[in-house]
Write a new protein. Sequence first.
Length: 400
Amino acid sequence: MIESKSLRWSSPLLLALVLAASPAAGQEGPLDTLQLHGFLSQALVVTDHNDFFGPSSSGAGSLKYTEIGANASLRPHQDLLIAAQVLSRRAGGEGSDARPVLDYGVIDYQPLSDQQRTLGVQVGRFKNPFGFYNQTRDVAFTRPSILLPQSIYFDRTRSLGLAADGITAYYEERVPTGTLRIQVGMGDTQAGDDLRRTMRLEGTPGSLEPRRSAIGQVRYEYDGGRMVAALSTASARARFESDMPGMSDGDFHFRPWILSLQYNAELWSLTGEYALRTSTLQGFANPFLNFDITGESWYVQYTRRFNDDWQWLVRYDSLVNNRDDRSGSDFEAMGGGPAHTQYAKDLALGLQWNVTPRVLLAAEYHHIDGTGWLPLQDEPDPAETKRYWNMLLFQASFRF
């Protein structure tokens, strides 16, 4: 069953799809533009220490990483597009975590569209323009690896940056040397249980409610995409309203800046992204719950295509939660937990094979120093985690 919040957004969109698909008598309807697509991915995760997406460090590993999606789009008018996607995703946890939710659902209107420029507005639940991969991150065929760089594209707190309910506007200008795209949006973030666990409030009576947030990106593609550059920023807010007597409410504010660069040659690509992430939690009477820190993330990734259908990858990925405490030693000295929970350095090797245009097989190896992006759902007690650990992933994906 789709959760209630998703139904509130999907019902108007489904109604719009039905009405748009019903032509007047004697007229051809827009069903000729109806497109239906879907995908399914199943992975096996094996680690020597630290569980990731299920009990990966015990037995033969974890099969609790599954992504299933179905989407539809309809163009009732040349200037109007209606599109929605339902996603069932399990990444560890219980079977109920895989219940379908509305991933995105928008009514997209373009008042201006010609060979030189495009201006459009989307209303509904839109995917945030965050770095290079966020808007398509759950479709395996659009990712260079099974896991995206966790320093930028957190699975630990993915709900915060994934999508928003509101309005976004975009503008494209095609110039002689390339294409300039600007997108800005405003709406309510998706403040899920993953964010609450990261804030260490999962056992505290109360509710974590999203607040009005904003996001924007400027992106430039030179020479048909041979070089791509983007700058993304956001101001994401949430409020914890306490039900515990004597405990005040707290306000969370997340402000990232991400610089993304990519060079694409005929057979290889070089990609890098760098982020500064300021996070604050203020207002609690208990000072140990409040924080104001700036984290730093970056990765460099090289991919090489060969034999038409194959690609290999090498990537180095780095994250620190606090630039003023890169080693985590101050955090440990204050009794916050092991120092290695405050950073992660990941060396990854990957291989992909497009068996057919609809079938993708992938394998990946990670050697990791630190647990800074390890999901707390899988390892709720940081004191039991190991600093150095290795991970193997295998994934099969299908799309239609």
